[in-house]
Design a protein around this ligand. Structure first.
Ligand code: FE2
Length: 66
């Protein structure tokens, strides 16, 4: 999970630094695949860790002002 998060941040940094729209698009696609990996990794945690699942449920109720 940490590796996936680091990869997302690194790809996002590359997107921000690129001036080439085609390269940017490719890197954004790869970044979004890493986001899918995070979502996939969360599922077994939610299934196997009841305390963490309760925290996910609690967190989903928080209103964000952004
Ligand atoms: Fe990944």
């Amino acid at each position: 999970m940490i590796g996936e998060s680091e990869a997302i941040n690194q790809y996002q940094e590359r997107v921000s630094q690129s001036n080439d729209e085609e390269i940017k698009h490719i890197i954004e696609h790869i970044r979004d695949e890493e986001k899918e990996h995070v979502a996939e990794l969360v599922q077994p945690i939610r299934k196997l860790d009841n305390a963490q699942e309760e925290k996910f449920q609690w967190g989903s109720k928080i209103k964000m002002d952004c």
